[in-house]
Ligand binder design. Structure first.
Ligand SMILES: *Cc1c(COP(=O)(O)O)cnc(C)c1O
Length: 388
């Protein structure tokens, strides 16, 4: 039995291998392993791709978010509004700079911030809003920008899962004060290791982030702030520069795969397909369905996942526990039930295999096995008769 993985990062290396090997060899021969022309060239291409005046590349998406908050001078006593249903890094950096995350619920259809709940989360300590373009779905930023303007808040876009996504014709990462990207291997633009970037139109912010990235130094061995060491390796920059040229094509393939999934899953009432669209254009870092019959205590979703695994279909659960209920945030005092949509998502979501090279026959096998698993777990008695 061949296994269908949740993602496959080796396929891109199969096709681009010769180009990548040549570019890596050139960096190795140059002796410029930190900063230098490969890093400059990629930063330039990436800011042109996103459409901002500045791009500061760094070591990871997490560092990108951290550097953004530091440059915005957000720290102890400050609050930052962010969704609870996201990867830990989004909130972790808020805590890392000494500020407090204020978790807001999501809209279950888009898995992104429920903007109708933002105003209630504001206090006189709120300094910024961090929307997350989760799974590649651009957040509908209208209400967020409006609120930020009215209350003088910064908007820091977490674009880690959404490189190439657009909102109202503009690339994510070019709309708020700062956009933060990750080049972790499974993201839409993935390197062969860690990497990240920060985009902005604010020259002062870009200079401050560069300073913080280099041990708080603008002039070598003169330090004006406690910074970090967070550079993008030249080898990664050279690889990312090659891959960036293919990103639009890969994102288009992801859209096609998403459309095929939607078609194959139509008629399955127990499976809610994700929609990416509205005012934007998504890039499908994940294809995440909701199993509507799954309950918090039933464990049905986990059993479906297990049955799929036994049938050679690997899926993922992003994310099984929302951040407001994580042990690390117990001190903030949130209770189960506080953010119901995030909690519902956490026990109903299942991310199906999604990567640009996924074939239609593989998708058909994924969906056939999903149908079988739903029946076995008792989540889909209604359509059991329709299964051959
Ligand atoms: C991956 C991810 C990050 C962190 O990026 P790294 O490069 O892994 O540090 C931040 N936020 C979200 C939503 C992510 O998915």
């Amino acid at each position: 039995m061949t296994v269908i993985p949740a993602f496959d990062v080796t396929e891109q290396f199969q096709t681009l291998g010769p180009d990548i090997n040549r570019a890596v060899a050139a960096v190795l021969a140059s002796g410029q392993y930190i900063n230098g022309p490969a890093v400059e060239a990629f930063a330039h291409s990436f800011r042109e791709y996103v459409g901002t005046e500045h791009c500061v590349v760094c070591n990871s998406g997490t560092d990108a978010l951290y550097l953004a908050l530091r440059a915005l001078n957000i720290g102890p006593g400050d609050e930052v509004i962010t969704p609870s249903f996201t990867f830990i890094a989004t909130a972790e950096v808020i805590s890392a700079v000494g500020a407090t995350p204020v978790f807001v619920d999501i809209d279950l259809d888009s898995f992104t911030l429920d903007c109708t709940r933002l105003e209630a989360a504001l206090s006189d300590r709120t300094r910024a809003i961090m929307p997350v373009h989760l799974f590649g779905q651009p957040v509908d930023l209208g209400a967020i920008l409006d609120l930020a303007q009215r209350y003088g808040l910064a908007v820091v876009e977490d674009c880690a899962q959404a490189t190439g996504a657009q909102w109202q014709g503009r690339s994510v990462g070019s709309i708020g004060q700062v956009g933060c990207f990750s080049f972790y291997p499974t993201k839409n633009l993935g390197g062969c290791g860690d990497g990240g970037a920060i985009t902005t139109n604010d020259g002062d912010l870009a200079a401050t982030m560069t300073m913080l990235r280099e041990h708080g130094s603008r002039v070598k061995y003169h330090h004006e702030a406690i910074g970090v060491n967070s550079r993008l390796d030249s080898v990664q920059a050279a690889i990312l520069a090659i891959k960036l040229g293919h990103l639009e094509g890969w994102n288009q393939q992801r859209r096609q795969i998403a459309a095929t999934y939607q078609q194959l899953l139509s008629g399955l009432e127990e499976v809610i397909c994700p929609q990416q669209g509205g005012l934007g254009q998504g890039v499908w870092n994940q294809y995440t369905v909701r199993l509507t019959g799954a309950t918090a205590t039933g464990g049905q979703r986990d059993r479906v996942q297990q049955l799929l695994r036994q049938a050679g279909v690997i899926t993922a659960v992003y994310y099984p526990l929302p951040l407001h209920l994580q042990p690390v945030y117990r001190h903030l005092g949130y209770q189960p039930g506080d953010l119901p949509a995030s909690e519902t998502a956490a026990h109903q979501v299942l991310s199906l295999p999604m990567f640009p090279e996924l074939r239609v026959d593989q998708q058909e096998r994924v969906v056939a096995q999903l149908k079988t698993a739903l029946v076995e777990v008792g989540l889909t008695a209604a359509v059991a008769s329709g299964i051959s």
